[in-house]
Design a protein around this ligand. Structure first.
Ligand SMILES: [Mg+2]
Ligand SMILES: [Zn+2]
Length: 180
């Protein structure tokens, strides 16, 4: 680990921070997933910075606007702050390759993680990503992360490139030898 570098906990948003609802942008539809605050506290207490990295192709599709997204994001960050949790930054990809243009930020591309690395001097090799889709895990691998968790509450997923498939967020940090 290079001196001065910080570790990061990267969280996908929809399906990890909040219950997945297609093209969500309204505060009243935003429902935190059980265990998200405990997960963040666990890693925050261990010196990890917390980032949210989220594909938001609903913007490219004009289902909602950048302003709608920002409005919800500000509310979400305040909700975390009320629980004593600092979200260092929320990165989003507003693109869709078939509607706007191909980009380097839409997961599985690692662009958002690399941006955080530059802005906050992150030690990517010792950082963690949590996602509910394989493309989240792949974004982590593409950025050089070694530790990743696929959250699948349905328990249907059999195969993943993730370090571990979990059915609840607390399974990531409870009794996890990697993070002691
Ligand atoms: Mg997701
Ligand atoms: Zn993008």
């Amino acid at each position: 680990m290079v001196l001065g570098q910080k570790k990061a906990l990267f969280l996908d948003r929809d399906g990890v921070v909040n219950v997945e609802k297609e093209y969500l942008y309204k505060i009243e539809d935003f429902e935190f997933i059980d265990g998200i605050f405990e997960l963040c506290r666990h890693y925050s207490h261990r010196g990890y910075l917390i980032f949210i990295v989220t594909n938001q192709s609903g913007i490219a599709r004009s289902y909602y606007s950048e302003d709608d997204f920002t409005h919800l994001t500000n509310w979400m960050i305040a909700a975390f702050a009320q629980k004593g949790i600092a979200i260092s930054k929320v990165y989003h990809c507003p693109h869709h390759p078939k509607i706007s243009a191909p980009c380097s930020c839409r997961k599985p591309e690692p662009g958002m993680l690399l941006e955080a690395q530059k802005e906050f001097n992150i030690d990517l090799a010792h950082s963690i990503i949590v996602g509910d889709k394989e493309r989240d895990i792949e974004a982590g691998l593409n950025a050089g992360l070694f530790e990743s968790y696929l959250l699948d509450e349905t328990t249907q997923t059999q195969h993943s490139k993730a370090t571990k498939i979990v059915t609840r967020l607390k399974d990531i940090w409870k009794n996890n030898v990697n993070t002691q």
